[in-house]
Design a protein around this ligand. Structure first.
Ligand code: NAD
Length: 434
């Protein structure tokens, strides 16, 4: 049976080592702190995690867990799982000194064709940095961020919702597939930069949820409303609220409700002298995204821009508080010539009708309303795809403009066939690279 080293036996490492050893893997746990290795060797959990001592006992009776402070033990291991701490420094950056020291240990002691898997949380760019530091082309490097929570670490590790690994080395990839063979359906491979940022994004998301729920409490308590009741009802809607809905990057949000109601809850907080910076920054974040899109268009130095699809979201002809319309205004303010096509808006059933409906939707006489996509894109230096209807997507493929196409909401990448996408070149996808 191959031997696996777990380097760093804190919350992540002690649980990883004990759990793997209890499941029959031959594990060598390595930590600088003799107190930790000695305690674990006696079957004593270094941290109070439910199930950990039971795993240690199973490992002890099976003889599958060896513990040492000596990094030279790596010499007998097929793979190492690096679980050392990466605390945050005074400058807000993760401190990777212990991690780089562990990489040095691997570089020094690991046998040929060893696989080094970094389980610690790392900053962007760490994979390349660690690979250079390792300086051993024969050692396969992988990232495998850990998502467990303290307090339920064993259960989270053994029954995870998702396991992610990333590597550019196929030997390392094969080892990760073996390591997680029992949880294969939860295992996803990605590229190293995605794995690096994913863990930080995950934790930012969790932190955002906590801060959001607390802000809800602060704005409900002054009016005598039970925040637990509000949040429990919010969570009861698993279609719109606790789901993947609204979590795909794209255009800024708009429409008849989101903008006005976010403004309203922010004003409610201010009325009651409640500090609610999260609510107060939502519209500012939305505006920052619009500015990002404007700057992306301007980077192509166009004189004339065509915008296809100005509804506030995919599939909508409603342009109230529509981000694509705000983009039209922002580009006009930059001195660009802007022409817009949107067959869904042209389809208006009540006056104004046809081109007058589109002109009314744009709300700025400087914007040109085109009768169709072909007219809009003719002469444009850049085509911006907002929220086009199916008819306009097909018309864009037909027109095949030979200028950069900015797919701001990923509508082309998601809804066109690969062949149709290929006929449009070049397409700059802002929301998704896939
Ligand atoms: N604690 C959590 O709940 C949790 C959850 C998911 C991910 N993470 C991440 O996992 C990593 C580890 O976190 P933790 O809470 O287990 O850390 P920890 O501080 O509890 O433990 C780190 C251990 O590594 C040892 N160590 C440091 N450098 C070493 C070296 N070069 N050789 C041998 N041993 C060394 C230390 O002595 C210590 O025992 C961090 O990057 C953390 O952000 C932590």
């Amino acid at each position: 049976m191959e031997r696996v080293a777990v380097v760093g036996l804190g919350y992540v490492g002690s649980v990883t080592a004990a759990s793997l050893a209890a499941r029959g893997w031959n594990v060598v746990g390595i930590d600088r702190r003799a107190a930790v290795t000695e305690a674990m060797a006696r079957g004593v959990a270094p941290i109070p995690e439910p199930g950990l001592e039971e795993r240690l006992a199973r490992a002890k009776s099976a003889g599958t867990l060896e513990l040492t402070t000596d990094p030279a033990a790596l010499a007998t291991c097929t793979a190492s799982l690096i679980c050392v701490g990466t605390p945050v420094g005074a400058d807000g950056q993760l401190v990777v000194d212990d991690l780089l020291a562990a990489i040095d240990t691997v570089a020094k002691h690991a046998p040929r064709d060893h696989v080094c898997i970094v389980r610690s949380t790392v900053p962007p760019g760490l994979y390349d940095r660690a690979r250079r530091r390792l300086g051993r082309p024969d050692v396969g490097l992988a990232l495998n961020p850990e998502f467990l929570r303290e307090g339920s670490a064993v259960a989270d590790l053994e029954d995870p919702e998702l396991i992610v690994y990333a590597t550019e080395d196929e030997n390392a990839a094969r080892f990760c597939e073996r390591l997680y063979a029992e949880q294969r359906e939860r295992l996803r491979r990605t590229d190293p930069p995605t794995a690096e940022i994913l863990k930080l994004v995950n934790n930012a998301w969790h932190a955002l949820k906590v801060a959001f729920a607390n802000e809800v409490a602060r704005v409900t308590l002054p009016i005598g409303v039970d925040p637990y009741a509000v949040m429990s009802l919010l969570c009861a809607d698993q279609k719109l609220n606790t789901s993947a809905a609204y979590l795909r990057p794209g255009m800024p949000f708009g429409g008849a409700c989101l903008v006005k109601d976010v403004a309203s809850i922010t004003t409610h907080a201010a009325t009651h002298a409640v500090d609610a910076p999260l609510f107060g920054s939502i519209l500012r974040s939305n505006d920052a995204h619009l500015r990002f899109l404007v700057d992306t268009v301007l980077a192509h130095r166009p004189k004339s821009v065509a915008i296809v699809g100005v509804g506030f979201k995919p599939g909508a002809a409603d342009v109230r508080d529509s981000a694509p319309v705000r983009l039209v205004h922002a580009l006009l303010d930059e001195g660009l010539h802007v022409t817009v096509a949107d067959s869904a808006v042209l389809d208006a059933r009540v006056p104004p009708l046809g081109l007058d409906a589109l002109r009314a939707a744009l709300g700025d006489p400087r914007a040109q309303a085109a009768p169709d996509v072909a007219h809009a894109v003719a002469g444009a230096d850049v085509v911006v795809v907002g929220h086009p209807c199916a008819e306009d997507r097909a018309a864009l493929v037909e027109a095949a403009p030979k200028v950069p196409i900015l797919d701001t909401a990923g509508e082309l990448s998601r809804k066109l066939s690969a062949e149709d996408r290929a006929s449009l070149a070049p397409v700059v996808v802002l929301a998704s690279r896939r």
